[in-house]
Design a protein around this ligand. Structure first.
Ligand SMILES: [Zn+2]
Length: 174
């Protein structure tokens, strides 16, 4: 199976699962059904929860469905769907954690560049639209067609566990 197929499959299942949860009960009214809330409540960073860093109001976790190695998500601990719902302290901590994630990725992977951003709302591509999250991922020159033409010839360079160790070791204040 090609990586393109594998990753698209994971992502597809992820979105389908989230959509079905929404239809079943309304994810926005049910924090217990939110995978990000479960992660937020999963305790300190560990290989089990793949949380890389955890603060007072935000945390950073490996994307379990990465576009490539080093792909993390930065989230508030609280279940809110929009940036506007974050209080000032949460907003400041999400931004600080994003900067730390960028630094850790740069140190651990020495990429040619990084992407950071958020898909706000399902129409924008968010798989879990009701718990706001930022993506941060390393990029390399020439990887722009990674998901298409090159997918069959690239191999996933490392496991999520290996990524976790690398980013923990490179985290600015870990
Ligand atoms: Zn949530």
């Amino acid at each position: 199976m090609s990586l393109e197929h594998l990753w698209a499959g994971w992502r597809h299942e992820y979105i389908v699962e989230a959509t079905e949860r929404e239809r079943a009960g309304g994810i926005d009214s049910d924090r217990a059904a939110c995978v990000f809330c479960r992660l937020a409540e999963s305790g300190p960073p560990s290989l089990a929860n793949l949380v890389v860093w955890r603060g007072e109001g935000s945390f950073v976790v490996l994307n379990a469905y990465p576009y490539g190695s080093g792909h993390v998500l930065v989230l508030p601990l609280r279940h809110v769907g929009t940036l506007g719902e974050l209080n000032e302290q949460e907003a400041a901590e999400v931004w600080a954690a994003t900067r730390q994630a960028v630094s850790a990725i740069e140190r651990a992977y020495e990429p040619d560049g990084l992407n950071m951003g958020a898909n706000l709302g399902r129409a924008a591509g968010a798989g879990i639209p009701d718990h706001v999250h930022l993506h941060v991922l390393p990029r390399w020159s020439g990887d722009t067609n990674f998901m298409t033409s090159v997918a069959n010839t690239r191999v996933m360079p490392e496991t999520l566990q290996a990524t976790w160790h690398k980013l923990r070791a490179a985290w600015p204040d870990a």
